[in-house]
Design a protein around this ligand. Structure first.
Ligand SMILES: Nc1ncnc2c1ncn2[C@@H]1O[C@H](COP(=O)(O)OP(=O)(O)OP(=O)(O)O)[C@@H](O)[C@H]1O
Ligand SMILES: [Mg+2]
Length: 297
């Protein structure tokens, strides 16, 4: 089978800034690389390994999943299935399909963090509106607010603070699943941290100062450089291990009053354009260098 294994790295995802940075870093590292979108991949029983990647029947040396685009349930199932198939053919897939599944579904991320014994705000994921309402009422009675998040949400879209039962999104708004997480007031105003982890190392970190309680850069948050070492970096590395990812962006919040660090979220398809702006070295190059080492292992 090795005879048909090319040395190149296949990057899955769209073009744009991240691909340009990856392509440039690949040239610097003399790592052969090419890019395809998921639609260009097919299951094909007549191909040598049952897959055709673009025009190619051969297998790449490794796959970097930059971005799995959303789509119909069927499309997303096929895309993740392609990643599982590549892994079944012993192609290193970064991140592995299982890690992507655990991170895309926030209920699974929360479950895995808790299973690993890592600090994360309490969360609940239910399908019955009356269950969501009862949780919200009990939390409000105990003096807590909740955050509603779309199960597959990203970039701060669709997040809502719930102060009482009247704020609960309808079944339609919630797509029939309520992911509820306790709101944690952050130390230092509307601020949290993003740590970028590659192969067990916290390679870069930033604070994000929000223009609202949602600090995502796409929502007007501003990046500020911070140290990646210490407790913050260690927690991020443990969170990435808990979901089984090779690289990830970890959102961490410092609880006001206690100073406790809590993991909010692990992102298995992280963007790094904002982080790059406050990082003195090339993140794309670090990522590709780590993948090249992984390909040689
Ligand atoms: N439980 C919480 N308490 C306080 N602030 C929160 C909480 N959950 C989220 N936030 C704020 O909202 C932002 C976005 O939340 P989160 O990272 O969970 O979702 P997302 O960014 O939409 O998803 P992803 O990180 O998967 O792209 C956080 O960075 C933080 O600023
Ligand atoms: Mg986030």
């Amino acid at each position: 089978m090795d005879g048909a294994r090319r040395p190149e790295l296949l990057v899955l995802g769209g073009g744009g800034w991240h691909w340009e940075r990856l392509a440039r870093a690949a040239r610097e590292l003399a790592l052969p690389v090419r890019r395809l979108g998921f639609p260009a991949l097919r299951f094909d029983a007549t191909a040598r390994y049952g897959l055709r990647l673009g025009e190619d029947e051969d297998l790449p040396g490794a796959v970097l999943v930059r971005f799995v685009p959303g789509g119909s349930f069927e499309q997303v199932t096929r895309r993740l299935g392609l990643l599982h198939a590549l892994e079944a053919l012993a192609v290193p897939v970064i991140n592995p399909a299982t890690a992507i599944e655990r991170c895309v579904d926030k209920s699974q991320t929360s479950f895995r963090l808790r299973l690993a014994g890592l600090p994360t705000p309490p969360s609940w994921t239910v399908e019955r509106e009356e269950d969501a309402r009862a949780i919200l009422e009990a939390e409000a009675a105990a003096g807590f607010e909740l955050v509603f998040k779309p199960l597959f949400g990203a970039q701060g879209r669709g997040l809502e603070r719930l102060r009482g039962p009247e704020d609960l999104p309808s079944a339609e708004e919630a797509s029939g699943v309520w992911y509820l997480q306790r709101y944690v007031p952050p130390e230092g105003g509307d601020r949290d941290f993003r740590v970028f982890v590659i192969d067990g190392e916290p390679i870069a970190a930033m604070a994000r100062r929000g223009s609202s309680w949602i600090t995502n850069l796409r929502r007007g948050g501003r990046p500020e450089p911070i140290a990646r070492a210490g407790a913050l970096g260690e927690l991020a590395v443990a969170a990435v291990r808990a979901v089984g990812a090779f690289y990830a962006g970890v959102d961490i919040l410092e609880e006001r009053g206690t100073g406790r660090l809590l993991v909010l979220e692990v992102n298995s398809q992280p963007a790094w354009q904002g982080l790059q702006a406050v990082t003195p070295f090339d993140i794309a190059r670090e990522l590709l260098a780590a993948i090249a080492r992984r390909m040689r292992r």
